[in-house]
Design a protein around this ligand. Sequence first.
Ligand code: HSE
Length: 297
Amino acid sequence: MIKLKIPATSANLGAGFDALGLALTFYNYVEMEEAEGCFISSSDNCPIPTDPSNLIYRTAETVYNICGRDFKGLCIKQTNNIPMARGLGSSSACIIAGLVGANTLMGNLLNPDELVNLSAQIEGHPDNTAPALLGGIVTAVFDGKCVHWVKQEVFTTLKFIAVIPDFELKTEEARAVLPKEISHKDAVYNLSRAALFSASLLTGKYENLRTAIHDRLHQPYRMELIPHGREIFDIAYTNGAYAAYLSGAGPALMMIAPGENKFFKGKMRFALDNMGLGSWEVMEMHIDNKGTDVSVV
Ligand code: HSE
C-alpha cells in the first residue's frame, strides 16, 4: 500500500494567469493499493464519488492504460482537507494523487516531466497541477503539447492567509466571465507584473508585491462573483498585507503577510465576523517546497 500527501495550491498569483502557482502547507492524504475492483472510501465526512468516475481513480486508470499495464482496480482511501471548488487546487490534488499513486504502484515508469505533462493535459492548465506535484513556486507554459516549467524553492517566513467563502465557484463558471480579447496595453500591464511578482518573491523584495499582484486578465471580472471581495482586500492592506489576490479561479481570497505580523489572521477573522461572514474560513499557511510526498508502507 502507498500513502500520498498532496499540497493545496494557489494559482495565478495575480497577474500570472495560467502560468504561476505555488504549493501550500495544507494537505490532502490518499492511501492506495491495487485491488480487483473499485473500492473508494473517505476518512472524513467529505462526500466523494465512490465509483470509477472518482477523479483519483479515473486518473490512475488512465496512467495504467498509457503505460500498457493491466488495470484490475484500486482500493483508495481519501482524506480531503482541501475544500472543493474554492480555488485551492482540490481537483489538481486528486489528479496528482492518481498520477503519482499509479506511477508508484507500477514502479515509477514515468518521470517528473511526463507527470507534469499528463497532469496539465487532464486539468487543462499547469498552474495548480505542477506545484501540487513539485512544490515551491512553479512557472509553467503549456504550449498545447507539453509543459515547459521551472520549479523554485522559496525560503521565506511569509504567511499566506486564505479567506475561504462558504460557497463554491466552479472553474468553468469563473472562466466563462473572462473577455475573449484584451488590449495590447493590458497585456503589457500583466506580463510586467507577473515577471515582477516571481522575481520579487524569490529575492525577498516584498515591498514590490503590492504592485506586482495587480491584474487585468481575470480578477476584475471574477471579483464581481465574490461579494465583499474588494472590501476584504482593503481590510487586508489596512492590516499590513504585502499583497492580496484571488486564489486560482476563486472564490478563496489570498493575502500575503509578513511573518512577523503576528495577529494578521486574528484581525481578518474579527473583521469577517463583524461583516456577518462568520461562516467564511480563515486559514494560515506557508509555502510548501516539497510537493507531493509518497511513501510505500
Ligand atoms: N489558472 C486557472 C484559472 C486556475 O484561473 O482559471 C484554476 O484552475
